[in-house]
Design a protein around this ligand. Structure first.
Ligand SMILES: C[S@@+](CC[C@H](N)C(=O)[O-])C[C@H]1O[C@@H](n2cnc3c(N)ncnc32)[C@H](O)[C@@H]1O
Length: 293
């Protein structure tokens, strides 16, 4: 069948923000930003059932919390390949993605072109968002806050660019989760018993490209000056617990899936112990804080 000409004409690939909107990324150079950051190294070579479940739920819960309505403006900060921005655009949002990494911007552009969605991309940093105040209905920041050079400034910027009734949804790994705490203790015990000889590395270690160790208390302290938290949701509990991934793999698939979703139900009420925390918040005192602008 011949493609409908009017349809293909209507198919914009991506829209770039005008150059004048690009911030001076050097302004953030008092703390180094990797302008070539690449996500190739992020996922482990083998994805166990608990990690696959965690990643899937992190996306589902975060996008669910954004709850984009038709034609709402959404900004994805630290958008990476723009996978979430593309999905939110498909759900009716008018989406923009912000990224400092040239490599990730290229990958995002490719993906946007493949999907035929309209997502604006801006190259910049979270501490100096190249957008006017009160311009977005929603902000999403998934798995990125602990990569930012100035997380506290990024939070202030999120509040600035949001409309007074807007919502920010922040999703982040919790480095004080139950699984990570247990992992750290078992590691310390093993190191003691083996007189210092242990296998290197595990999930609970803070990766080198992180600028801050986030847990529920730290996240709340960071957002409190600018936002009121409406909802906190925990995802997954035992990632990081030694032996948990391989046990799940040995169990029949149905049993492991049932165990993971049962634990997830528990985790949703225990954000301080869960592996991932998703918060949905609204700017506090917007009328007074930003009235000077
Ligand atoms: C782990 S990735 C998350 C990507 C995406 N949000 C997702 O969920 O797939 C973190 C992203 O934050 C970006 N980033 C790092 N520092 C940043 C900064 N100062 N401002 C904005 N984004 C930053 C990185 O380039 C990277 O794409």
């Amino acid at each position: 069948m011949t493609p409908d000409a009017s349809q293909s004409e209507k198919k914009p690939v991506y829209r770039k923000l005008p150059r004048r909107h690009y911030p001076d990324v050097m302004r953030d150079n008092d703390r180094k930003i990797d302008l070539d950051w690449d996500d190739d190294h992020v996922l482990p070579s083998k994805i166990y059932p608990d990690i696959a479940h965690l990643l899937r739920r992190m996306t589902d819960v975060t996008l669910g919390a954004v709850a984009v309505a038709d034609r709402e403006s959404v900004l994805d900060i630290g958008c990476g390949r723009a996978v979430d921005a593309i999905e939110l655009a498909a759900r009716g949002g008018q989406c923009s993605g912000l990224e400092p990494s040239g490599r990730m911007i290229s990958r995002a552009q490719e993906r946007i072109a493949q999907n035929g969605t309209v997502v604006s991309l801006a190259r910049g940093v979270s501490a100096h968002l190249p957008f006017k105040s009160n311009s977005f209905d929603k902000v999403i920041c998934k798995g990125a806050l602990d990569h930012f050079s100035h997380p506290e400034q990024a939070i202030a910027e999120m509040a600035r660019v949001l409309k007074p009734q807007g919502k920010a949804v922040i999703a982040t790994a919790n480095f004080e989760s139950l699984g990570f705490k247990a992992g750290r203790r078992v590691f310390a015990l093993t190191r003691f018993l083996r007189r210092g000889k242990t296998d290197d590395g595990d999930f609970w270690r803070i990766p080198e490209d992180h600028t801050i160790k986030l847990d529920y208390g730290t996240l709340r302290r960071l957002v409190r000056p600018h936002f009121r938290i409406e909802r906190s949701i925990g995802i997954s509990l035992l990632v990081g617990l030694p032996g948990w991934s391989s046990l799940l793999e040995k169990l029949p698939a149905r049993v492991s899936a049932t165990s993971l979703s049962a634990l997830d139900k528990l985790a949703s009420h225990l954000p301080s112990l869960s592996n991932v925390i998703v918060i949905r918040c609204t700017p506090s005192d917007k009328s007074t804080s930003w009235s000077a602008e």
